[in-house]
Write a protein that binds this ligand. Structure first.
Ligand SMILES: *[C@@H]1O[C@H](CO)[C@@H](O)[C@H](O)[C@H]1NC(C)=O
Ligand SMILES: *[C@@H]1O[C@H](CO)[C@@H](O)[C@H](O)[C@H]1NC(C)=O
Length: 189
């Protein structure tokens, strides 16, 4: 019985350490305030080392994302984007992890888990996000996203994003600044 308990304790501790290690790898905006992070963002830049991204990157355009809080303390990320010349909407529910600015996303399609962190934001102009596959198919990909409150981010912001991506090991050809597509980006909505 005692041995079993020891074994169980070890597993629990390993689990805890595993979580700590995962979180230590990516930093989060200090004193992150989710309520200030809510509202509308435009995905102005993207970098990823996934094979999907390498194939599709030239076809991607800016999308609009609206963040609202969910009952569990996470985020409802509703994105509108252009696909096959039509505007489509997709809802992603980001679950809280207990660390502010750090979320978990379970893909209902692939069954994979992604960890999303808001690495840096000033809330009113930009946010730098880092996403990593944590479990399931495609688990080894990394992705960086530039969120901008406007469709026309300043040059300094693009520069900042490029530096952010390079520091995380993305090669220059893995970084794209997404072109605007007026069809799905009506400002007033
Ligand atoms: C997420 O937000 C969208 C758009 O506001 C809404 O239609 C949907 O019901 C929300 N889903 C959840 C689970 O909160
Ligand atoms: C993406 O980069 C991460 C970190 O360098 C690496 O662990 C992973 O294997 C890479 N994935 C692909 C598909 O190249």
């Amino acid at each position: 019985m005692a041995t079993l308990r020891m074994l169980w304790m070890e597993l629990v501790l390993l689990g805890v350490l595993g979580v700590l290690q995962t979180q230590a790898q990516v930093s989060v905006q200090p004193d992150f305030q989710q309520d200030k992070f809510l509202g509308r963002w435009f995905s102005a830049g993207l970098a990823s080392n996934s094979s999907w991204f390498r194939e599709k990157k030239s076809m991607l355009s800016m999308c609009k994302s609206v963040l609202t809080p969910t009952a569990d303390g996470g985020l409802n990320l509703t994105s509108t984007f252009l696909r096959k010349n039509q505007c489509e909407t997709r809802i992603m529910l980001l679950q809280p992890t207990g660390s502010p600015g750090f979320y978990r996303y379970l893909s209902p399609h692939s069954g994979s888990t992604h960890l999303v962190s808001v690495v840096e934001t000033n809330y009113r102009e930009y946010a730098l996000l880092f996403t990593q596959g944590a479990q399931g198919p495609g688990q080894d990909f990394h992705m960086a996203t530039l969120y901008s409150r406007t469709q026309t981010p300043r040059a300094e912001l693009k520069e900042k994003f490029a530096t952010f991506c390079q520091a995380r090991g993305f090669t220059e050809d893995a970084i794209v600044f997404l072109p605007r597509n007026d069809k799905c980006l009506k400002e007033e909505e």
